[in-house]
Write a protein that binds this ligand. Structure first.
Ligand code: SF4
Length: 447
């Protein structure tokens, strides 16, 4: 059988990156090899995201480009998957007449069958049913050759229904992968040279509540902590309301668990947190931060904030800045609220104007830049264990890696050290990275 070329373009979150890797692995069995040149492709898949308006606009403009390509290559097939495909379904065809296929977040495992039918029958297809089970959860991760770090999906979907979020509608309800299956996958990854795994799910803290073998997230962390060869464990994303004392206790107890947590707060105003349906107050959030710092002094804490949620007044925004000043996050991902069709927030009145949202975001990001640099500077003079991930992008004599607190460090070192953990003394701090010098004792087997 003559091999064909598959080009996948991925938008959005890490979950989508994982899904794209699974699509490529599944379609390999149908005769498709991946290419990174869209012009060579026989099949183009856009794995879409609908979390932000900007991502959706980018997807439509890419489709315009592929439309032109299809006029030159009539046999080219174009499909869209992911969240925007789930949301728009058949409506996508009206917006993008060049499309052949729209498939949803629960149909990935059927891709070989769906593409096969498309090739045979030539009819446009829409496959967007949400199933009781997320079958693609069981498809293992496919890390790139030579990678030292990878993501492992442990659950998918969400039952939380935060007022601004489309995930529960587009990814379905929460479902956890059986623990034995996850451990088996991590063991195989360790045998292939993976040293660091990031456990992935929309709300990893509620792992095990539905669909797994009744073990909880701390059981899973403890078990992965015992897998030989795995030096580092991270996880994302955590919901503050589900961050249990047992889980907080794992920091410092499960040796490979890195001293970093991403804990999205979204707002510092109780009124807005309530309108967002987040299930905690600012005070409860601060208590969790204090408990984390008590269990694990020096833990790196990063977060997400949305500015301009409907009804957000100056006083609410000030409360967010006050919380930031109190916590002093190591880093923060901040966004202007953007309306998502079908969510509770879309029906709320008192929308905040674009100008106010822009200004609030600027103020917040300026404040965070001060905090990030302050936190980075506090590393100067310390010796950090750094897992080397690859060559530095800027300096040919340098390599780049991460501290356990998830800070990027560049330093002079041999390429042969890639994949190893070494001790580095931090000498300089910048807004987005650190620089250091490798200690003479060199490679270290450290936790
Ligand atoms: S926890 Fe909230 S923001 Fe996160 S995926 Fe679920 S509904 Fe969306």
């Amino acid at each position: 059988m003559e091999r064909k070329k598959l080009y996948i373009q991925t938008f959005g979150c890490q979950m989508n990156v994982q899904d794209s890797e699974k699509m490529a692995a599944l379609l390999e069995g149908s005769g498709y090899d991946t290419t990174d040149d869209a012009d060579l492709a026989d099949l183009i898949i856009l794995n879409t995201c609908s979390i932000r308006e900007k991502a959706a606009q980018k997807i439509y403009s890419q489709l315009g480009r592929y439309h032109a390509l299809k006029e030159q290559k009539p046999h080219l097939r174009i499909g869209v998957g992911g969240c925007l495909a789930q949301q728009w379904g058949e409506r996508f065809f009206r917006r993008a007449p060049e499309l052949d296929l729209v498939f949803g977040t629960h149909q990935i495992h059927r891709l070989p069958e769906i593409v096969g039918a498309l090739e045979k029958e030539g009819e446009r297809r829409v496959e967007t049913d949400l199933c009781d089970r997320v079958h693609s959860l069981t498809i293992p991760a496919q890390p790139t050759a030579g990678a030292v770090s990878t993501f492992v999906t442990i659950m998918q979907g969400c039952d939380n229904f935060c007022a601004y979020c489309v995930v529960p509608y587009l990814r379905g309800r929460e479902e956890s992968r059986p623990m034995t299956e996850i451990i088996g996958e991590v063991e195989k990854l360790a045998e292939r040279g993976i040293r660091e795994v990031t456990l992935l799910g929309q709300n990893v803290n509620s792992y095990g509540q539905k669909g797994s073998d009744c073990r909880d997230f701390t059981d899973l962390l403890t078990a992965i902590g015992g897998v030989s060869g795995i030096e580092r464990i991270r996880f994302t994303t955590s919901h503050p309301k589900d961050l249990s004392p047992r889980l907080i206790d794992c920091f410092g107890k499960v040796a490979p668990l890195c001293e970093h947590i991403h804990l999205p707060v979204q707002s510092g105003s109780d009124r807005i947190l309530n309108a967002m349906n987040r299930g905690y107050t600012a005070e409860m959030y601060l208590e969790k931060v204090a408990a984390l710092r008590h269990a694990c002094p020096g833990i790196s804490i990063t977060s997400d904030v949305i500015v301009g949620f409907p009804g957000e007044e100056d006083a609410d925004f000030e409360a967010t800045l006050a919380l930031m000043r109190e916590v002093r996050f190591d880093n923060l991902f901040s966004f202007q609220y953007s309306e998502r069709e079908g969510t509770a927030a879309a029906a709320m009145n008192r929308k905040v104007s674009a100008g106010v949202k822009r200004e609030r975001l600027r103020i917040l990001q300026d404040l965070q830049a001060v905090h990030t640099l302050e936190r980075n500077r506090s590393s100067i003079g310390r010796t950090e264990a750094v897992l080397i991930e690859g060559p530095s992008k800027k300096e040919s004599r340098e390599v780049t890696g991460r501290t356990r607190g998830n800070r990027i460090v560049n330093f002079e070192g041999e390429k042969g050290l890639i994949g190893k953990t070494v001790f580095v003394r931090i000498t300089e701090a910048f807004p987005h990275s650190l620089r250091g010098e490798m200690e003479a004792k060199g490679a270290a087997d450290v936790h």
